[in-house]
Design a binder for this molecule. Structure first.
Ligand code: MG
Length: 385
C-alpha cells in the first residue's frame, strides 16, 4: 500500500488523482489533502476518505474546518503547513497539482525528504527545475512528470540512449484559436479563451493553451527535465490530442506516444512507475481514427511560443521571469484589463526590461521573492499602459 498526499486536491489534477485512487484503493491510500480556497469541497473529500492530514491556506479556514469536520484530523495551514505535510515520513508519493510558483514549497520538501513526486506543476520546473533535480538526486527521490507530453517523453526516453535522439517533438492541440484569423484576436473574450477543445483545465492554463504560452512552457520544461538542447525541441500542432510526444531518432525512426486524452493516464503512470496497471478507460478506435493530423504552428499568431525559446536561450532566471510575468498578464486578461492580443506584448516587455538581480536559486525562498518582484514589475507595466 502506498501513502499518497495530493497538493491541490480540488483542482483538475487533484480531482483526477482522487478518482484514480478511489478505483485503486487496494494499492493507494490518501493520507493528505490540501486546497487553497474551496474549503467545502476539501471537507467533503476529506470526510469521504477520512484523510488524516489536511492543509489549507488561511488560519481561519483551518479553525473552521476543525470544528465542522466529523472526525479527528491534523489540520494545518499556510506555507509551514505545506512544508510539514510534504516532509512527513509516512508519505510515499506527493502529487503536485497546485498551480503557480507556490507549489515550490511542497515540491522542494517532498523531494528533500526522498519522496516520489508526481509533478503537474510547470512553474517550479521552469523556474528551478535543475536545482530540484539535484535535490532529488541527493535524497534518492523520484521526480516524475505528470504533464501529458512530458510523461510521454519520459516513457519514450526509457528505452533509447540519449545520443540516438535527434529531436523531441511536442504536440499542441492548438487551443481554441488556431483557426481564428489574427485580426480577430483583439476581440477574444476570457470566456472564449478558457473553453479548451480537448482538455478540461483551470482558467490560467486554458488561457496559456490559447496563446500557446503553455506549449512554450512545455518546451522549457522538456529542456530542463530531460537536459535536452533547446534547438532540438520542436512543436507541432496536432488538434486530435492523441499523440502526446514524438522522438526522432538518428536512424530516421520516429517513436510516438499515443493514448486517449485523459489525465488519469499520466497520473496513473507516475503513481505506478516502474510498473503499469490496467485502466478502466475508453480505448482509441484505430480504424475510426483514419489519419493523424500535424501542422506547423504560426509564430505570427502565437508569438508566445517564440518568447519561450527566447527565454530558454537567454537561460538563467529568464524562464522564471517569463513564467512570472505570464501569471500577471493572464490574470489581467481574465479581469478584462488588457485584450488577448496584448498578452505577448507585456511578456516580451518584461523579458526585455526586468533587471535580474543575483540570487541564490538553491534557496527556495529567494526564488519565491524574485518571482514576486517580477510579478510586481509586470503589474506596474500594465498599470502604466
Ligand atoms: Mg501538457
Amino acid at each position: 500500500m502506498k501513502n499518497v498526499v495530493i497538493f491541490g486536491a480540488t483542482g483538475s489534477i487533484g480531482k483526477s488523482t482522487i478518482e484514480y485512487i478511489k478505483n485503486n484503493s487496494d494499492r493507494f491510500k490518501i493520507v493528505g489533502l490540501t486546497a487553497k480556497s474551496k474549503i467545502k469541497e476539501l471537507q467533503k473529500l476529506s470526510e469521504t476518505f477520512k484523510v488524516p492530514y489536511i492543509v489549507v491556506e488561511k488560519k481561519e479556514d483551518a479553525k473552521d474546518l476543525k470544528t465542522s469536520l466529523s472526525y479527528q484530523a491534523q489540520i494545518l495551514w499556510g506555507d509551514d503547513g505545506l512544508k510539514e505535510l510534504a516532509s512527513l515520513e509516512q508519505i510515499d508519493i506527493a502529487v503536485i497539482g497546485i498551480s503557480g510558483i507556490k507549489a515550490l514549497i511542497p515540491t522542494y520538501y517532498a523531494l528533500k525528504t526522498g519522496k516520489r513526486v508526481a509533478i503537474a506543476n510547470k512553474e517550479c520546473i521552469i523556474s528551478v527545475g535543475s536545482f530540484l533535480k539535484e535535490v532529488a538526486k541527493k535524497s534518492g527521490a523520484d521526480l516524475l512528470p505528470v504533464d501529458s507530453e512530458h510523461s510521454a517523453f519520459f516513457q519514450l526516453l526509457q528505452k533509447e540512449k540519449k545520443e540516438y535522439i535527434e529531436k523531441l517533438i511536442l504536440t499542441a492541440s492548438g487551443g481554441p484559436f488556431y483557426k481564428t484569423p489574427l485580426r480577430e484576436f483583439p476581440k477574444i473574450t476570457p470566456e472564449e479563451a478558457i473553453s479548451h477543445p480537448t482538455w478540461k483545465m483551470g482558467k490560467k492554463i486554458s488561457v496559456d493553451s490559447a496563446t500557446l504560452m503553455n506549449k512554450g512552457f512545455e518546451v522549457l520544461e522538456a529542456m530542463i527535465l530531460f537536459d535536452f538542447p533547446l534547438e532540438k525541441i520542436e512543436v507541432v500542432i496536432h488538434p486530435q490530442s492523441l499523440v502526446h510526444g514524438i522522438i526522432k531518432l538518428l536512424d530516421g525512426c520516429y517513436l510516438m506516444h499515443v493514448s486517449p486524452p485523459d489525465m488519469k493516464i499520466p497520473i496513473a503512470y507516475a503513481l505506478n512507475y516502474p510498473e503499469r496497471a490496467e485502466m478502466q478507460i475508453k480505448n482509441i478506435d484505430l480504424i475510426q481514427m483514419k489519419k493523424l493530423i500535424f501542422k506547423k504552428p504560426s509564430l505570427k499568431k502565437f508569438p508566445c511560443l517564440k518568447l519561450a525559446y527566447k527565454a530558454g536561450k537567454l537561460g538563467g532566471a529568464y524562464p522564471l521571469v517569463l513564467e512570472a510575468a505570464d501569471e500577471v498578464v493572464v490574470s489581467a486578461f481574465l479581469d478584462r484589463k488588457i485584450s488577448f492580443d496584448k498578452i505577448p506584448y507585456f511578456l516580451e516587455k518584461t523579458l526585455n526590461e526586468f533587471k535580474i538581480p543575483s540570487i541564490n536559486f538553491k534557496n527556495i525562498y529567494e526564488t519565491l521573492g524574485l518571482h514576486q518582484r517580477v510579478c510586481e514589475f509586470t503589474e506596474n507595466l500594465i498599470k502604466k499602459s
